[in-house]
Design a protein around this ligand. Sequence first.
Ligand code: RIB
Ligand code: CA
Length: 305
Amino acid sequence: MLDRPHLLLDCDPGIDDGFAIFCALRFGNLDAVTTVSGNVSIENTTRNTLWLLELFGSEVPVHRGADRPLRVAPVVADDIHGASGFGDRPVPVTTRQPEATSAAQAILEYSNGGGATIVATGPLTNIAHAIEADPTVVERIEHLYWMGGAASTGNVTTHAEFNAWCDPDAAAVVLESGMALTMFDLDLTRQVRMGQREIELLRAAGTEIGEIFADALDFYKREIDLGVIEHPMHDPCAVLGFLRPDHFTFRASNIVCSTTDGDERGRTVVGFDDENLPHYLAVTANDKEVIELILMAILDTDNNQ
Ligand code: RIB
Ligand code: CA
């Protein structure tokens, strides 16, 4: 395989997480996947991850992670992702099981040699547990790319995006840790929207995988029928922002996450004017090119990219 960049993916599949997993497999060297509760329960996000990897024909190790946030009560987004977490498709249980090592332990071991890259597309609970277990991990993770946050308008509350809102304390732990981080927030991911055109292209491939992802996008699209024309492909943006950064622009920033309960819960406030700008915010995406890469990842039209 081409010497593609290596990564660990922490995720909560979740329909857009499924697209992200395929992008990581197709364009990167995916070394491990860790799962977290978020869109659906930890049982379902872990089962969905194993099934998606099996669909791709991948034996990448999977490590089961947190079944609840650090402090607040667990929630799910099964209204968006379906009861199974992948639309209204029943997801089969694979013969392969997750590894014995937990997600947080796997993250610590993966970063042992330093220079590790992690992409996170769910709540940051596992990363926060790893930092709490061994704060030196912050220096050994070279960069964290996170789909989360909302510099302007949220998707759970006026201010808060789901991954930040689901576990605001974990987001605060990671953002305050000093870890090098790039955030792909809703203002970015809302630039990359898929809908009927992509559903038809996926179906036209005539493959089982194309059909599965077309069905999933069609289910995801159902939320679009509530007045939104297409659906943002949140999680693939974080994976492709690492693997294909030339399709994005970034700005140095300082990002904080509110851990107060009520209206401010999970609100991410992005500053650009401080002397101290430890984070990056992804600000623009070449949406057409990114969408074509996502389709390529599912349809395997050219896996020598
Ligand atoms: O707000 C969008 C994010 O929340 C995405 O990662 C989606 O999968 C859900 O986890
Ligand atoms: Ca997700």
